[in-house]
Each structure stands twice: as C-alpha cells, then as structure tokens.
Design a protein around this ligand. Structure first.
Ligand SMILES: [Fe+2]
Ligand SMILES: [Fe+2]
Length: 194
C-alpha cells in the first residue's frame, strides 16, 4: 500500500467518535492489517483488495448510527475510496464487500476469498489470550453481565470454529482453545446449585 493512502486511512480513523481502546486503530486495526498480510501467503486472492479492506474494516465504528458498524464501514469506505483515493469502481466494490461481511452475522457470510481472509484476520485478533482480554473489555464497556458475556463468547467460538474450518483456516482453530477452556472453567465455577 502506498504511504499516502495508509496515512489518509489512518486519518479517517480519527473521525467522529473514539471506539473503546480494545478496538482502536493502534490496538486492533493495525494488528488485523498485519494478520491479513500474513495470511496472504500463497492464497489466490487480490492482495490489494485484502490490504485495503483489512485496514478499513472497522472504520464504521468511528461513525456510529443505526446501521451495524460493518454495514456503515462499507458505506464510508466506498465513498472514501472513490472520492479521496480515486480508486476504480470494481476495486471499491470488492473492498466494501469485504468490510460489509467481516462481522459474525450468519446471514452475512463472506462471499469471496478476499472477504473470508479479512474475516479470518479479524478473528485471529479475537482469539488467544489477547482476544479474550479484548472481548471482555468490549462487552464490559457495553455493560453486559458476566453471564451474558460468557454465553456470547461461547456462541462466537462455536461459529468461528465452523467458519475457520469451512474457509480453509483449520490451523487457526488452535487459537480458540484458550477461549473454550475459559468458558468451561467459568461454567464450572458458576454452575447453578442442584
Ligand atoms: Fe468489526
Ligand atoms: Fe475488527
């Protein structure tokens, strides 16, 4: 990616509202960008689409509204790539499609190899001890109860494992083990008395 484009995208993240620190440009977006570049290795995808989509994937969090951040991000990115970076229509559509489908909503399954890769790069940062820490901080900031947070985590892990296997990222499922162990341990400690 050209330095100038990188700088402009970084500036876009300085938009309207700061996300929680666990989702900031430095703490999260850059990590996903690096993950995505690491996953490119040998895969038949449009690398430029993946890089721009990874770097722009959470920009919707800067512009809160009624739409989900993925949908909003796709809209913001489409306008930005066209008007600020002068990218052609086909490229813009491919990138915004990745952004629109990067969240976990089952009806928004990633439709292209590029979108699958961006989703996996994001998911990698939601796994391991780092992902667990980020998840709990994010849901805590939204005032979720511990029980609800653990239920959501359990469901997310189940869905992530299914998608990682289906998309050909089986080797990344190891990173989910710490999350599974945590859910199991939490439930053992907090099970309802008979
Ligand atoms: Fe996101
Ligand atoms: Fe993300």
């Amino acid at each position: 990616m050209e330095d100038d484009d990188f700088r402009k995208i970084k500036e876009l993240y300085e938009g309207e509202e700061d996300p929680v620190p666990a989702h900031s440009f430095e703490n999260h977006v850059l990590e996903v960008y690096e993950n995505a570049k690491g996953l490119l290795n040998g895969r038949e995808v449009d690398e430029e689409v993946v890089e721009y989509a990874a770097l722009l994937h959470d920009v919707g969090r800067q512009f809160p509204g009624e739409k989900g951040h993925a949908e909003k991000g796709a809209e913001v990115a489409r306008k930005f790539l066209t008007e600020e970076l002068d990218k052609d229509e086909e490229f813009v559509e491919k990138v915004s499609e990745c952004i629109r489908h990067h969240s976990n909503r089952p009806h928004l399954d990633p439709p292209t190899r590029e979108a699958e890769l961006v989703w996996a790069a994001d998911k990698m940062h939601a796994a391991g001890a780092t992902g667990l820490c980020r998840f709990l901080l994010t849901l805590g900031a939204k005032k979720y109860s511990p029980e609800d947070a653990v239920d959501i985590l359990e469901r997310r892990v189940f869905e992530a494992e299914e998608r990682l296997n289906r998309f050909g990222f089986e080797d990344l499922t190891e990173e989910l083990e710490i999350l599974k162990d945590f859910v199991k341990q939490y439930k053992e400690e907090n099970h309802a008395p008979d």
